[in-house]
Design a protein around this ligand. Structure first.
Ligand code: ADP
Ligand code: MG
Length: 344
């Protein structure tokens, strides 16, 4: 008898696995405009598109309760879903929240989680319309699904960037990643000596970036007021490098970005140096910033030229030119999805 083939999931990675499981899926309904492959699915039920997205958070994979307060975690679970609707240039409307709880959790603990969930629903004007509650063999699982709406003409996909479009990034990058480094270091210190109190004051901004990220709906509303529709868009959940690859692959363009244009907060910069990490690596490869990466046509540049929180980091090129980072001293570095390697 022949032995069944066994492939380890780590050989494919997350994106490889999704591709393997979904590449042969064909949609059957005319209303399914976009299925697998973007930040949210796009469904056509008339005047506007309905957007749907879902995300699951699992204890000790996505969060560590020894430093993430439950209320913050609830907020983050909602905010990260809102970010996927923002990435489609949509307005979030409803959420469905499912939780699995082990007997380690009390009613009061569940209430704390919901404090954060409800606070985020207020913040982003969302109706919480249902969910599911179950026990879990160990630890906490949170799954959130979200709906949103966007007018047909305002939809922004990962596809759509064209050569010469300007690449824009909101806020600053790398903070959530380096904030997590600080939190894990302080946890180790605490485990080896429980009398040591963590010193987090000087890391306040980056720790907040990790624990309570705020989806950039403010930017989506502003773009609407300015009458600007990005030619392509994605939210930055896995690091700038990975998101540039998604836009590139879906749009069929390359990108040239400039190291000195990539927005870094001073605390992110200083703490990266403290951890012997190149600050630009924190921005390129660190995840969970939940900022927006988008491209615009040149004709729209003057509408946001002076915006204090939108940064112009480069432009789209021909696909053959690939993804290139031009460093401060003029070297060209090829942008890899994970980490990046020098040409020379
Ligand atoms: P994001 O980081 O924006 O949440 P993901 O990387 O999780 O996006 O997912 C990429 C795409 O693959 C999305 O369109 C998502 O709906 C789809 N996807 C992810 N996991 C599955 C799955 N198990 N089955 C079907 N589609 C999936
Ligand atoms: Mg996304």
């Amino acid at each position: 008898m022949e032995k069944a083939k066994r492939t380890e999931i780590k050989e494919l990675g997350e994106f490889g696995l999704i591709d393997r499981l979904t590449s042969d899926i064909k949609t059957q309904h005319k209303s399914t405009v976009k299925g697998v492959g973007d930040d949210a699915a796009v469904l056509d039920f008339g005047e506007n598109y309905l957007l749907i997205s879902t995300d699951m958070l699992i204890e000790n994979i996505h969060f560590d309760l020894s430093y993430a307060p439950l209320a913050h975690l609830g907020y983050k679970a909602i905010s990260s879903n809102v970010s996927d609707i923002a990435a489609m240039n949509g307005i979030p409307k409803q959420v469905v929240v499912s939780i699995g709880l082990s007997n380690r959790f009390s009613v009061e603990a569940a209430e704390k989680l919901y404090e954060g969930i409800k606070f985020a629903c207020q913040d982003f004007k969302l109706d919480l319309i249902g969910g599911d509650t179950t026990s879990s063999p160990s630890g906490l699982v949170i799954s959130v699904s979200i709906t949103g709406e966007v007018e047909h003409k305002k939809l922004a996909l990962r596809k759509g960037a064209k050569e010469k479009d300007i690449v824009c990034v909101t806020g600053d990058l790398g903070g959530a990643f380096i904030g997590l480094e600080v939190l894990s270091r302080e946890k180790q210190v605490f485990i080896s000596n429980p009398d040591m109190q963590p010193e987090l004051d000087k890391y306040n901004y980056i720790v907040q970036r990790q624990l309570k990220p705020v989806a950039r709906m403010d930017i989506i509303y502003e773009l609407r007021d300015l009458g600007l529709v990005p030619t392509s868009m994605i939210d930055i959940s896995d690091g700038l490098a990975s998101e540039l690859h998604h836009l590139s692959k879906n749009s069929g363009v390359g990108f040239r970005v400039y190291e000195d244009k990539i927005p870094l907060d001073k605390q992110t910069y200083d703490t990266s140096v403290e951890f012997n990490i190149d600050p630009i690596t924190s921005a390129m490869n660190g995840g969970e910033d939940y900022e927006l990466l988008f491209t615009i046509d040149h004709k729209d540049f003057e509408k946001i030229e002076k915006h204090p929180d939108i940064h112009f980091i480069g432009y789209a090129t021909k696909m053959e030119e690939g993804l290139v980072l031009e460093t401060k001293n003029g070297n060209e570095v090829k942008i890899q999805a994970q980490g990046f390697q020098h040409f020379n």
